[in-house]
Design a binder for this molecule. Structure first.
Ligand code: NAD
Ligand code: AHE
Ligand code: ZN
Length: 374
């Protein structure tokens, strides 16, 4: 720890299932190919809670979590050319190097350049930039946006229009882009399609927006918390279903309602039983189901292989299949043009000091998105 550093206020996850603790940490200045970002705002996504629960096989502690942020470039390391001090940026947990096998495949948004070290909570050179009293603190998903200052590889930053308020477009760093992208990039929903969306949190509601944009004729929203229905309807859901109202499996209800099943379904919860329902509510011969939800260590999905033999397709989607550096600036422009109502998602805002309330509000089902400001 011989580098120069600055002091930063951060919410530190010291261990699984412990409340985050506000600490003053040391942030090492950016090395070659790295960028120091002053974070202005960060959404709290269910994946942050998932990792904090200890269920994430890649969860390392102590760590500074948060991956749905917006900030301003404060300093650049040697060799950085694509961003400069003052640029507005959205941190990317799915980097885009543009040259790896994945980036050049034309088949995926998953980039391999920094993914291995990122999954261990480290920067690409295998070290961390965060310290407290000389002891290392790990990065999270390559972003660590629950800190006033964070350091990222240059290839993990999307430069966006300065006119966009970072306290709103931070939601494009994960939730909203993921839901919309899963519909438009991964499933490629066509005009007139029928769609079922399981889980109406930030991701599911964004999938509704994507489905409306794609011209879906019927958008069925499914949630056990009916307080989510009003916004789902406002955003364009045509049918809203609470599985608790029925004695039969929810897939049977949807198959009956849609003359054989939907064309596309999306699981936006992280529940492996619901993932099965989402597949089995799809139409024989062509229905496609996309898994977006993240399930805990050791959990597995199952169905009768006959479901696939008879033409249903099971897929997954990370960050909505979106290539962050190339495509995210366009999402920000669509937001500025009034096409993506991010304000509707922000049910709560709070200072970093109250961040544990954001987790409580998520667990009680009261929030869609809490946005932390610094
Ligand atoms: P959230 O907590 O805001 O929303 C989840 C919703 O699911 C809630 O409305 C809840 O009431 C509902 N729900 C819970 N159990 C249900 C059940 N049995 N049946 C129907 N509805 C049920 O979470 P979120 O932030 O929207 O994230 C959703 C999931 O997506 C999480 O697993 C998260 O980790 C994952 N995620 C994945 C990606 C990706 O790139 N694949 C990106 C972001 C989030
Ligand atoms: N670390 C977990 C998996 C977590 C996961 O699936 N993450 C999603 C993003 S969730 C954002 O809220 C993702 O993009 N995955 C692809 C990737 O490369 O991480 C585990 O099971 O090990
Ligand atoms: Zn997320």
């Amino acid at each position: 720890m011989t580098d120069k550093f600055i002091k930063s206020k951060a919410a530190v996850a010291w261990g699984p299932n412990q409340p985050l603790k506000i600490e003053e940490v040391d942030v090492m200045l950016p090395r070659k190919g790295e960028v120091l970002v002053k974070v202005l705002a960060s959404g709290v996504c269910h994946t942050d809670a998932f990792t904090l629960s200890g269920e994430d096989p890649e969860g390392v502690f102590p760590a500074i979590m948060g991956h749905e942020g917006g900030g301003i470039v404060e300093q650049v390391g040697e060799g950085v050319t694509s961003v400069q001090v003052g640029d507005h940026v959205i941190p990317l947990y799915t980097a885009e190097c543009g040259v790896c096998k994945f980036c050049t495949s034309g088949k995926t948004n998953l980039c391999s350049a920094v993914r291995e070290t990122q999954g261990k909570g480290l920067m690409p050179d295998g070290t961390t930039r965060f310290y407290k009293d000389g002891e290392p603190i790990y990065h999270y998903m390559g972003c660590s946006t629950f800190s006033e200052y964070t350091v990222l590889p240059e290839i993990s930053l999307a430069k966006v229009n300065k006119e966009a308020p970072l306290e709103e477009v931070c939601l494009l760093g994960c939730g909203v882009t993921t839901g919309m992208g899963a519909v438009m990039n991964t499933a490629k929903v066509e005009k007139g399609s029928t769609v079922a969306i399981f889980g109406l949190g930030g991701i599911g509601l964004a999938a509704i927006i994507g489905s409306v944009m794609a011209g879906a004729s019927r958008i069925i929203g499914i949630d056990i918390n009916e307080s989510k229905f009003e916004l789902a309807k406002k955003l364009g859901a045509t049918d809203l279903i609470n599985p608790k109202d029925y004695d039969h499996p929810i897939q049977d209800i949807i198959v009956e309602l849609t003359d054989g099943g939907v064309d596309y379904s999306f699981e936006c919860i992280g529940n492996v039983d619901v993932m099965r329902s989402a597949l089995e509510c799809c139409h024989k011969g062509w229905g496609e189901s996309v898994i977006i939800g993240v399930a805990g260590a050791g959990q597995e999905i199952s169905t009768r292989p006959f479901q696939l033999v008879t033409g249903r397709v099971w897929k997954g989607s990370a960050f909505g299949g979106v290539k962050g550096r190339t495509e995210l600036p366009g999402y920000v422009e669509r937001y500025l043009a009034g096409e993506i109502p991010l304000q509707d998602f922000i049910t709560h805002t709070m200072p970093l000091e109250s961040i544990n309330e954001a987790f409580d509000l998520m667990h009680s089902g009261e929030s869609i998105r809490s946005v932390i400001h610094f």
